[in-house]
Design a protein around this ligand. Structure first.
Ligand code: NDP
Ligand code: MG
Length: 382
């Protein structure tokens, strides 16, 4: 099928970024105008040579100047730092920006991309968690689309097609992570190596740890609130160990529409890039008989209380969701460096949330200040 789409990928060297490039490889009509990495210039160089973008950004300045020398024989312009990321987000000729960087670093470039009229294929959930009120308002004003890449949100979006947009409930599924069924006491000496092993998905380090603590599901609850304009209490999280039913929507007549498939991020990525078309996809077809049964259960929110903290942050809004996320970003970093224990990740978030005075309807500057505040609190604990 002849399919054309011009894109820019923020975070092309990561798990979502490389899978986006696999989709682009399968559909040569997808033209990649800009790509970015933080420091992995070896992979970025390979991507520059294969996809021939006109712009590439490396946010780490030293790595950027190294890459400049290495690709001097190409037509690709190398930029660096946060300004470079914004250049990649607003690059001329791209219609859609795939936001696949990790953490709050996605906020400013996503706002810049929307301001310059680009549609967003949104993987970076932290953008909506921290600045959902600003980003969704701006998207409406500019008449641009935010297409979800996160598998659960893509499933909800797919379940909404052809149906009224009025949702009674969202059923947001969670794999439960590697520590499902464990008690708090059993989690006290979990190591980074254990937490980095996700049962069903192969993802970047932060989102893998976040999946194990249910922080990721908490972030996804807030992401769903903004994407689908629902209240936090209309979102029900269900642990579904097989990761086959990627989420569902319940309508006023109690009908439930869901999207099912094998756990493969290439489908939501491809759908976000080809929407409203459905193009052929190589890879595993779903064979339901292989699973036999699909199970659903309520999460254990006493042990994994990060989910309740996220709901509180989502209900109260303001800068609290930013504090939730930024405290987690630092806590995960410290846990991976073995500076704090596993249970301290969620404890650090709770601590930062308790210490902050909330601000209603924050500006971008206030969000960035809240980010700094939360980071300092968590660093100072360790
Ligand atoms: P990865 O850690 O695999 O990749 C992150 C990407 O961002 C890399 O290209 C990395 O560059 C770059 N990066 C890292 N730090 C910075 C920074 N400070 N500034 C700019 N760029 C940076 O992450 P994932 O692909 O797993 O996740 C990306 C986003 O997508 C996250 O928000 C995550 O929650 C979301 N998501 C991911 C899913 C998945 O299956 N992986 C599923 C659903 C959502 P470098 O390689 O040089 O470090
Ligand atoms: Mg997800």
């Amino acid at each position: 099928m002849n399919f054309e789409h011009n894109i820019s990928i923020l975070g092309s060297t990561g798990s979502i970024g490389t899978q986006t490039l696999s989709v682009a490889r399968a559909y040569p009509g997808i033209s990649v105008k800009a790509i970015t990495a933080h420091s992995n210039i070896k992979l970025l160089e390979e991507q520059i040579r294969e996809f021939k973008p006109k712009l590439a950004c490396v946010t780490d300045e030293k790595a950027a100047s190294e890459l400049k020398t290495k690709v001097a024989d190409t037509d690709c312009r190398i930029v660096s730092g946060e300004d470079g990321l914004i250049e990649a987000a607003t690059v001329a000729g791209a219609d859609t920006v795939v936001t696949a960087v990790v953490g709050i670093s996605g906020l400013l470039p996503t706002i810049a991309a929307i301001e310059s009229g680009k549609n967003i294929a949104l993987a970076n959930k932290e953008t909506l968690v921290t600045g959902g009120h600003i980003v969704t308002r701006l998207a409406r004003e500019k008449g641009i689309k935010i297409l979800p890449v996160d598998s659960e949100h893509s499933a909800i979006f797919q379940s909404l097609q052809g149906n009224p947009k009025k949702i009674k409930k969202i059923l947001l599924t969670a794999s439960g992570g590697p520590f499902f069924g464990k008690t708090r006491a059993e989690l006290s000496d979990i190591t980074p190596e254990q937490a980095l092993k996700h049962p069903n998905w192969d993802m970047g380090a932060k989102v893998t740890i976040d999946s194990s603590t249910l922080v990721n599901k908490g972030l996804e609850v807030i992401e769903a609130k903004w994407l689908f304009d629902v209240d936090i209490d209309q979102i029900e999280v269900l642990v579904h160990r097989q990761s086959i039913l990627h989420s569902a929507v319940m309508y006023d007549d109690n009908a439930v529409m869901a999207q099912l498939g094998t756990p493969d991020m290439k489908l939501p990525i491809q759908y976000a890039l080809t929407y409203p078309d459905r193009l052929p996809m190589s890879g595993n077809e779903l064979d339901l008989t292989k699973y036999g049964e699909l199970t659903f259960a309520h999460p254990d929110t006493d042990t994994f209380y990060a989910l309740e903290l996220a709901k509180k942050a989502g209900r109260e809004g303001g800068i609290l969701p930013t504090v939730f996320n930024s405290a987690d970003e630092v806590a995960v970093e410290l846990f991976l460096k073995k500076k704090i224990g596993y249970l301290e990740i969620t404890d650090s978030i709770a601590d930062a949330m308790e210490k902050v005075k909330n601000i209603e309807n924050p500006t971008v500057e206030q969000i960035l200040e809240a980010d700094k505040f939360a980071r300092e609190i968590v660093y100072n604990r360790s």
